[in-house]
Design a protein around this ligand. Sequence first.
Ligand code: FMN
Length: 433
Amino acid sequence: MFRMAWFVNYGFGQYDWNKRWSGNVAKDVARPELFMQGAQMLENGGFDYLMLEDASVLPDVFEGSYDHALRRGTIRQDPMPLVPLLARATKHIGVIATLTTTFYPPYMAARLMNTLDHLCEGRFGANLVTASPHAAAQNFGYEEHFDHDLRYKMADEWVDAVRSLWDSWDRDALVFDEEHDTFADPTKVHYADFAGEWYKTRGPLNAVPSPQYHPVFCQAGGSPAGREFAARNADTVIAGQPGIEGMREYKQQITERAEANGRAGESIRLLHLITPILADTVEEAKAKRRAQEQAMREDVTNQLAGLSYISGIDFSKFDLNAPLPDMEEQVNGHRSSYAIVSAIAKTGKPLREVLASRRGQETVELVGTPETVADRMQEAMDEVGGDGYMIVMPFTRKNLAEIADGLAPALRRRKLIRDGYPYKTLRENLMSF
Ligand SMILES: Cc1cc2nc3c(=O)[nH]c(=O)nc-3n(C[C@H](O)[C@H](O)[C@H](O)COP(=O)(O)O)c2cc1C
């Protein structure tokens, strides 16, 4: 058996504006309904959780302007207030939202996560990121963003500070003792008195312990520093490493690093990103894939804008017919994502061909009917020895239906995914097998 999750990859944004099958974007934008319906569909499908991406910047690196971002609708509402609405619309599925360690003071984050875990009745998780663009840092008053590896060091300390605040209440501190007129036992609540290199917080928290006590942490940064952070702190990790060998190596490394940090290797649920392409016949699915790749290749502007976002370098200034300079060292943003592009660029191909040979963020190629894809997913998971998959596709009702109503039943018939949720909390269900 393995676990399934969905990466809602533009967070509380919009999906497929002005494309076929996107529904009525004008009606959906900044409204919770699409996400509530999607969460219900995924719960029906037996998914463990959905994960809302986030960023706090309107991208303006490409062409030095936010023109492209606004035309294409690269907006994001704050995902946090959406979380309890999704939990209210469902009964079992976990709701994970992205939170930036760099910009949330630990006290604010600890109390926010605690409260969300209450409102979700123990189904909340946070995807911890350090954020990448300089512009995001500038929105929070910094001149520029902290250096890539330093951000992860700071994030380690941030996690310790947050945990010290959660731990400032013993689990049994809330006594509701009417006889002694005592709501909470003062001997079971302590100052955190956390003093690190970057963060200080006094505590205790003025909020009662949440159902999971420590809400679930998710992490998805693939650089060595990112993997180390994940191995130390995360309960569930997302990997986008292509190919069976890459997937296996990632799993092994996370396990080894977890053990080096004094954790049981099997305490981390590592999910691999996939983008299944489904149709009624294998031929149809292959044609669909060709059409999708063609559309992506033709939309050169969008690809250049995407690369500008992950690298922080304006890709509009490069000649499409010339090779790219080696810029890996300059990238302070999504280093592991850029490394994949850089590897292709180093072959000396002109930029246009580099773009043409890029693929989605998938780990295994899954193109076929729900049945053939389910079989391939089983084979790959057996080979990797992994814990599950995370779907990354635009969050449209059509995509949700294909996966939740097409692929998930095929997986369930093979007894590959859960048929129910034995526990109340996300953590318990995630760790239950
Ligand atoms: C599946 C997935 C989801 C991610 N979600 C976010 C996100 O919501 N916000 C964000 O700023 N970065 C996100 N990232 C980026 C990473 O968390 C990380 O910050 C980035 O990859 C840079 O770290 P790295 O250099 O260690 O890869 C995501 C990455 C992956 C693979």
